[in-house]
Design a protein around this ligand. Structure first.
Ligand code: T4K
Length: 386
């Protein structure tokens, strides 16, 4: 059993809602000839997200990277910002792009999120904020981070790219800290092709965020500040709105896939499927596997490469960590010295395909393939590193 080139299974295959509804919205936007700039569907999408999350202000964006940049600028950040290295590169780039130094903080080995116990030691007179990442949709220790931010007069923001539809201590992600930023990229739980949403309960900040998103305009001919173009177009908004209407179905599918992976993989030596807390709402969008190579009898990299050969396009998210990528590797060559958990986890984790494009059979086949690769490795076959 394997998948060939034509039917490979990919991590990140989009969840797609009702195509007829999406197409009729698209035709409507075309007929009305309103394609962008705070159009009807962008407004409807913002309102729907605001209601769903219980957050006062939601500002639709062209993508989350620009959303992060806009949030950072609108908060007036400068100097240094404390951030995990164990994240997608966009988190760090959004800071460095604005000549703000990302000061990489280690993570908690269980939650994979920024470890609040390691934050205070990194604060200097140049620090202006802490930026947490709700990795895999599991909430950061928001309360501890807020206490540190308050104590030192720092801003607190969250890269919530993975966390749409997830809760922390029973509260939906979106209203924590000063501002949070979601991604609606094609690979994300809810997608708008490309897109994002910046969310806050702060009225003044919301006004600034909107202005910065639209070149700094505050009226037809009036510009109040430096801005950029972060706007979401109408086709993306129509897609986001349509997909949001299928959220319960997507959660049910992802959850069932995650459970099946747990049932079939947790028993294999050296493998464990990262759990999601049952007490919280989750989107189960990431099936994250931790491998202990000594016990499994195969390295993470060899297993992933064997999976690729058989059409299962697993991903080593987030290897090798931002601090080992440019420009950070050159700028901060010693950063890894105080990131032992990050260094360890980047060598041990990989993600498996999930989402509404997969059937239960597909999930079972992936597990079967993994079982075969591992038993071959234990029998000494094919243990050459890629
Ligand atoms: N913060 C965090 C923590 C993030 O994870 C991300 C994005 C951001 C910020 C920034 O958000 P955006 O600015 O993108 O809104 C992908 C995504 O491009 C990226 O959005 C995402 N994180 C990251 C985790 O994954 P790559 O470099 O892995 O992309 P790529 O082209 O290898 O595709 C990923 C997988 O998805 C492949 O297996 C193929 C599959 N795929 C992809 C697309 C676009 C499909 O099956 N269909 C598709 O349409 O970054």
């Amino acid at each position: 059993m394997s998948f060939n080139q034509g039917n490979s299974l990919f991590v990140g295959t989009p969840n797609i809602g009702n195509q007829d509804v999406f197409l009729s919205r698209t035709v409507d936007a075309l007929k009305r000839r309103w394609l962008s700039n705070n159009g009807k569907y962008a407004q409807e999408f913002e309102a729907a997200v605001s209601k769903f999350l219980g957050v006062k202000h939601c500002i639709a964006m062209c993508n989350a990277t620009v959303g992060l940049e806009i949030a950072i600028r609108s908060l007036g950040l400068s100097g240094e910002v404390i951030v995990p290295s164990f994240t997608f590169i966009a988190t760090a780039h959004a800071l460095q792009w604005q000549e703000i130094t990302p000061v990489f903080c280690d993570i908690d080995p269980v939650t994979h999120n920024i470890d609040p116990a390691k934050v205070e030691a990194l604060i200097t007179p140049r620090t202006t904020a802490i930026m947490g990442v709700h990795l895999w949709g599991r909430g950061c220790d928001v309360e501890a981070l807020q206490r540190i931010a308050d104590k030192h007069g720092l801003k607190l923001l969250f890269d919530a790219a993975h966390a749409f539809g997830c809760s922390h201590n029973g509260q939906m992600t979106g209203g924590f800290g000063n501002v949070e930023v979601f991604s609606f990229h094609a690979t994300k739980f809810i997608n708008s092709f490309e897109g994002g949403m910046v969310t806050t309960n702060d009225d003044e900040l919301a006004l600034r965020l909107r202005r910065v998103t639209n070149f700094g305009f505050s009226g037809y001919d009036q510009v109040d500040c430096i801005g950029t173009n972060g706007k979401m177009n109408e086709i993306s908004a129509a897609m986001g709105l349509t997909n949001l209407e299928s959220i319960d179905e997507f959660i049910a599918i992802n959850r069932a896939h995650h459970r099946r992976y747990q049932e079939l993989l947790d028993g294999l030596p050296g493998l464990s499927v990262m759990p999601y807390g049952e007490a919280e709402r989750g989107n189960y969008q990431y099936v994250v596997i931790e491998i202990e190579s000594d016990i499994a009898g195969i390295s993470r990299d060899l297993l992933v490469s064997r999976l690729h050969e058989q059409g299962v396009i697993a991903r080593r998210y987030f290897y090798p960590g931002c601090h080992r990528m440019e420009p950070y590797r050159t700028l901060y060559p010693l950063a890894g010295n105080h990131l032992p958990e990050t260094e360890r986890l980047t060598q041990r984790l990989f993600c498996l395909p999930t989402g509404s494009a997969l059937t239960e059979n597909d999930v079972e086949s992936v597990c079967h393939i993994i079982g075969n690769i591992m038993s071959e490795a234990r029998n000494g076959a094919g243990t050459r590193e890629p």
